[in-house]
Design a protein around this ligand. Structure first.
Ligand code: HEC
Ligand code: HEC
Length: 515
């Protein structure tokens, strides 16, 4: 079997290579649908990494003359997005490869990025951002949906680039949490209410009116799209959306379909259709279902962040005390030190994918055990003797308002979770997913906007729902504040090849907490 698998990809690569003489492309080898079920985990994930690293060119569909980064047709088809309108740092194409942004630390693809790799999220509503005040055509280059002039600060939300280390575990936690919330919803009879709770995280109260319709105003921590309901037989989905820092996207796959079009003009078949060319670049079928599965699995199976704890006794003591103080001042209320995962088998597609992405039942599942597959880069998490895998991501996967009020500069100008152009969209947003803190120490810059270079600045910006814990932090003795910082500084993405989750500064396995 292994022999045929190897043969399969070799023959395909060879065929592709001869047809490529003289061509300049980033990804000469592509998968045909079905190959995702034939290739080994290792071969499929390796292919996904190559597509993540690929530097796309117009010779393989790497442009989108007639399509915006949102996937919609351009507002002004008479000015297609071809040279010299092909690249634009605000509206896209804004990079040559996924890894061009996602490569920190260690220059390894799949990670986070420096401030310079941030994205002007929602800037892709524009054909080609110019902010020319004399251009009145909505969303061509200068004017907003309402015809008013936009600016760099009002037309997009700048977001820093997070890493995907451990992302498969995060998506699986979200799937299990969604299943719990939906079963609590489904058991709810008209005239009753239920306190939503999953994995010890509370999500407020869902009520059902006597006529069977749903009352969601007391649900907490879920983004608006997960609360939408149009009647008794159309309940709110209550889907946990762990991706995008405002909790907007459900799966790595959905993000991948968005990102290839937005950043690179590569249109996946499952999103844009087979045998069509909506972006007008003369290429059809720019990326197959099998290719998207490979990229999603590459991201899902990246190693998990761990801890690097220096052997200096003074640092060790500070870290120990800081970890306790982190809990005692209430940081762990949102930044949960671990979340329990019942099943570590990651399967494509996500059962809650929205249309426009591979949906459950369309093809068989392609699964990888995140804990035990020998094909995956280490370190991995291991299940406890109970079978539960504890995921130390330091998040609750809820969105929270930790802003101090309407004038807080951490508020975003646009609400990505409201329909673009609506009043709610322009009213802004103050709710963000509890940042995962695993890997934080070597994935700066901090906060959704990347304006903070230190963890201390990030803590100081906590108010709103986090006010009590921020004030408790402020009231600590300096040594305890420093301890919390030293504790956070141990939460790191580990150097490639590290086998253990907790190591010292030389990469040697470390027992922690010490006995
Ligand atoms: C120009 C830089 C840039 C490029 C190119 C880029 N990304 Fe990203 N990526 C970002 C930023 C910034 C975010 C954070 C977005 C947000 O929170 O709104 C992000 C977020 C993500 C996330 C969600 C992570 C999370 O925890 O929320 C995934 C998944 C992802 N990118 C995959 C990709 C893939 C796949 C590609 C290539 C097709 C890609 N990205 C290309 C900058 C980039
Ligand atoms: C009410 C929930 C809540 C509490 C309590 C809370 N946080 Fe946060 N934390 C968040 C949210 C939400 C973000 C993301 C904010 C953003 O991106 O705008 C965040 C971000 C952070 C970041 C930035 C990480 C990064 O990579 O950008 C750090 C560091 C942090 N918190 C530490 C703490 C510490 C220390 C405490 C206790 C003093 C604490 N938090 C208490 C919700 C909370």
């Amino acid at each position: 079997m292994q022999f045929f698998r190897t043969l399969g990809i070799a023959a395909f690569a060879c065929l592709a290579a001869t047809a490529q003489i003289g061509r300049e492309v980033g990804a000469p080898v592509r998968l045909a649908d079905g190959q995702e079920f034939i290739l080994s985990d290792r071969a499929l994930i390796d292919h996904g990494r190559k597509l993540f690293d690929a530097v796309w060119t117009p010779q393989e569909g790497g442009m989108r003359p007639l399509t915006k980064g949102t996937g919609a047709p351009v507002s002004d088809p008479s000015s297609p997005l071809a040279f010299p309108r092909m690249f634009n740092r605000v509206s896209g194409l804004d990079a040559n490869s996924c890894a061009g942004c996602h490569n920190a630390p260690y220059g390894v693809s799949g990670g986070g990025g420096d401030f310079t790799t941030g994205v002007f999220v929602l800037g892709q509503r524009f054909d080609f951002a110019t902010f020319d005040g004399n251009d009145f055509m909505p969303l061509r280059g200068g004017a907003l949906e309402n015809g008013q002039a936009g600016s760099l600060q009002t037309a997009s939300n700048f977001r820093a680039t997070p890493g995907m280390y451990g992302a498969g575990y995060i998506e699986l936690l979200a799937r299990e949490m969604t299943a719990d919330l939906q079963s609590q919803r489904d058991a709810l009879q008209p005239g009753h209410s239920v306190a939503l709770i999953t994995k010890d995280v509370t999500f407020g109260t869902l009520r059902r009116n006597l006529d069977g319709t749903w009352y969601t105003a007391d649900v907490r921590g879920l983004p608006t799209p997960s609360l939408a309901t149009t009647g008794a037989s159309a309940p709110p989905s209550l889907i946990i959306r762990p991706f995008h820092q405002v909790g907007n996207v459900i799966s790595l796959r959905q993000f991948t379909n968005n990102a290839y079009n937005h950043h690179h003009g590569i249109q996946t078949v499952e999103r844009f259709g087979a045998g069509t060319d909506p972006d007008g670049d003369t290429f059809q079928n720019e990326m197959s279902r099998a290719d998207v599965t490979a990229v999603a699995l590459f991201q899902a199976t990246l190693p998990v962040p761990g801890r690097i704890i220096p052997n200096d006794p003074a640092v060790e003591a500070a870290v120990l005390a800081g970890e306790e103080a982190f809990a005692s001042v209430g940081c762990t209320e949102c930044h949960r030190p671990t979340m329990p995962l019942n099943n570590p088998v990651f399967s494509e597609p996500n059962p809650y994918n929205p249309p426009g992405n591979l949906l459950p039942g369309q093809v068989p599942q392609r699964s990888v055990n995140l804990n035990t597959s020998s094909a995956l880069p280490r370190p991995r998490l291991r299940a406890a003797s109970t079978g539960v895998t504890y995921v130390p991501a330091f998040t609750d996967l809820k969105i929270h308002d930790i802003c101090s009020g309407p004038t807080d500069p951490n508020i975003e100008k646009l609400n990505q979770n409201a329909p673009a152009g609506s009043a709610a969209f322009f009213a802004g947003n103050s709710q963000f997913l509890t940042k995962k803190l695993w890997g934080a120490a070597n994935e700066p810059p901090y906060f959704h906007h990347g304006q903070f270079a230190t963890l201390r600045q990030a803590i100081a910006a906590h108010a709103g729902e986090a006010l009590a814990s921020r004030q408790a932090f402020d009231a600590l003795a300096n040594a305890d504040k420093d301890g919390i910082i030293e504790f956070l500084k141990t939460l790191k993405v580990l150097p490639p090849g590290t086998k253990d989750l907790i190591v010292d500064e030389d990469g040697k396995k470390k027992n922690w907490p010490p006995n």
